[in-house]
Write a protein that binds this ligand. Structure first.
Ligand SMILES: [Zn+2]
Length: 287
């Protein structure tokens, strides 16, 4: 957090230093671009192959084969979801929130990709539709679908609440869901839970202190986020105990609603599409 009263005086050339224009760390022009037209055309005549209703303050796993679509839809009332993705063949390849943020920015929308962890780093999924894309950034700097938060978890809650024990944070919900789906012991499953895509959550950073903030999500029933699976995926979604995250999470205080997860199979793979290839780095690390 930036101190209100710094301990060190600014040098004489401080304005000049601060006036240096920023440079985008990772220009994404060089990345292979998803062919959104071809991906969306593959939706014609698609067939729903599964439907999962995620109960409030709980999580569920779902499978999305490569080349299929998954839609996460708000039903009944405004609700935020915490999404984890793994390669279906190898749980050690999982969604890499930090690198996705570095590549695409703090909040994701149509055309952005969800990248996997090192040493894999390939697209796990591509966002093909986002009914909240109209929101952009509000006057507070808030946007939706962030990759800046982590996931609400009982350890942080324990620290902040001086010893509180709350068991329905997204971290615990995802842990139970993954243990249930895989048969892994609870504490082993927990190690595979990772930083999320905060679906529908409205967040940003306060300008004065840099602190992470949330505010009531603009999501309404019928809104959805749609992803195209670039490889075989195992997903898990938690309906956050914060509900629309307008006040607090890590408690049973907020009104919470279910989230609907639907998986669709296209009639044929999108034109020109093939599953995400392995990353091309040779992993010799200079030796
Ligand atoms: Zn949560």
């Amino acid at each position: 957090m930036k101190p209100a009263h710094p301990e060190h005086p600014a040098p004489a050339d401080a304005p000049a230093r601060a006036a240096i224009p920023p440079v985008v760390c990772y220009p994404v022009e060089g990345l292979p671009h998803p062919d959104l037209v071809a991906l969306r055309a593959a939706r014609d005549g698609w067939r729903k192959v599964s439907e999962t209703l995620v109960p409030p303050r709980d999580a569920r796993c779902f499978d999305v084969p490569a080349g299929h679509f998954v839609r996460i839809t708000s039903v009944e009332g405004p609700q935020v979801g915490d999404l984890n993705l793994w390669s279906a063949q190898d749980l050690s390849e999982r969604f890499f929130s930090g690198k996705t943020r570095a590549l695409h920015g703090t909040h994701l929308s149509t055309g952005d990709r969800l990248w996997s962890s090192l040493p894999f780093l390939r697209p796990l999924a591509t966002i093909t539709a986002d009914t909240l894309d109209w929101y952009g950034f509000d006057d507070h700097g808030g946007g939706v679908h962030d990759v800046i938060g982590t996931r609400c978890d009982p350890y942080t809650h324990n620290l902040l609440s001086q010893g509180g024990q709350y068991h329905h944070c997204c971290h615990s919900n995802l842990t139970r869901a993954l243990a249930d789906r895989t048969g892994l012991p609870l504490h082993e499953a927990e190690r595979h839970v990772h930083d999320v895509l905060n679906v529908f959550m409205c967040t940003g950073f306060l300008r004065d202190t840099g602190q992470y903030f949330m505010k009531a999500s603009p999501v309404r029933p019928g809104d959805f986020l749609e992803l195209f699976a670039e490889t075989d995926l195992l997903g898990a979604l938690s309906a956050c105990p914060g509900g629309d995250c307008s006040s607090e999470h890590s408690s049973d205080a907020a009104r919470c609603f279910p989230l609907l997860v639907e998986v669709f199979a296209p009639q044929a793979p999108p034109a020109g599409w093939s599953p995400a290839p392995r990353n091309g780095y040779d992993r010799s690390h200079g030796l």
